[in-house]
Design a protein around this ligand. Structure first.
Ligand code: CP
Length: 306
């Protein structure tokens, strides 16, 4: 079975056209506002080689709400634990009629590398690959910002924390710039800032500088699992310099949105009083994740010409 070039995949933000982005964001917001979902007689499988709560469950819920059949592969009980290659696992699932594979994997660019070897009419959705991309998270973040009234050209967004290892930041920066964001700032400890140039992004030296007059501040978790430095950074020291507190919000625009993709480390990158406060969109992001992933499935299968 040869791969079908008509099949859509969601590998990263650059795999979407501007038209795709607009369609997905509008559809996610329409679904969140009560639009009728399109029922899809399709089968999807979740393969998560890294832990996940939000992404895995919301892809599962999204598929269920569209009437799809959902299979969760338990990796420790699947043949990958006997040494089967990922390519062989995917070919096996596709041969059984799985039409969509949602993959989370610790290796950066793993999804992109798998595409040439896919067989048949199977779509691949990147559920987060190493320090690469997390496109569905960026889309749900953008949908959350739009549904709360953000005006992209006039807005300032600060992304703060472990930018270097963050696939959320990498996809978010690409998407927010595509959407015409006025000012995009990044900030974090030097060791956690990206290597090389970051076009179109302002690099700030402190959390205070990053949040000043911001319309949204997105805090990121320190990804210890992608670092060699055991025990670094110290939680209290990190919190002193880079933990978002209530007093920081007073520097931002009134009503500045507080975001975090989760999972959050309370008392490290964010205080509980802020994470649970009136400006926090953290659970709105989670809710919008289900609608965004419903929109992604609808887009994916509408693109297949039967
Ligand atoms: N935001 C996010 O990817 O969360 P999970 O790791 O819980 O899926």
């Amino acid at each position: 079975m040869q791969a079908d070039s008509q099949v859509r995949h969601l590998l990263g933000i650059n795999s979407l056209t501007d038209g795709d982005v607009r369609l997905l964001l509008d559809r996610a917001q329409a679904l969140a506002s009560g639009a009728q979902p399109t029922l899809l007689d399709r089968t999807t499988a979740n393969l998560f080689f890294e832990p996940s709560t939000r992404t895995r469950v919301s892809f599962e819920l999204a598929a269920s709400r569209l009437g799809m059949t959902v299979i969760n592969i338990e990796l420790n009980q699947s043949s990958s634990s006997k040494g089967e290659s990922l390519e062989d696992t995917l070919a096996t699932l596709t041969s059984m009629g799985v039409e969509c594979l949602v993959l989370r994997h610790p290796e950066t660019n793993r999804c992109e590398r798998l595409v040439p070897g896919l067989i048949g009419n199977v779509s691949l959705l990147n559920g987060g690959d190493g320090s690469g991309e997390h496109p569905s998270q960026a889309l749900l973040d953008a949908a959350t910002l739009e549904i709360t009234g953000l005006n992209w050209p006039q807005a300032t967004i600060a992304i703060v924390g472990d930018i270097r290892h963050s696939r959320v930041a990498r996809s978010g920066i690409k998407l927010f710039r595509r959407l015409g964001l006025g000012r995009l700032r990044i900030a974090g400890p030097g060791q956690l800032m990206p290597e090389g140039e970051t076009d179109g992004v302002e690099v700030c030296n402190s959390l205070e500088e990053a949040v000043r007059d911001a319309d949204a501040v997105m805090m990121l978790r320190v990804q210890r699992e992608r670092m060699d430095a055991a025990g670094w950074p110290d939680q209290d020291l990190y919190h002193q310099d880079w933990g978002l507190r209530e007093d920081h919000l007073r520097l931002a625009r009134p009503g500045c949105r507080v975001m975090h993709p989760g999972p959050i480390n309370r008392g490290m990158e964010i205080d509980s009083v802020v994470a649970d406060g009136p400006q926090s969109l953290i659970l709105h992001q989670v809710r919008m994740g289900v609608f965004t992933r419903m929109a992604i499935f609808e887009w994916l299968f509408d693109g297949i010409k039967n």
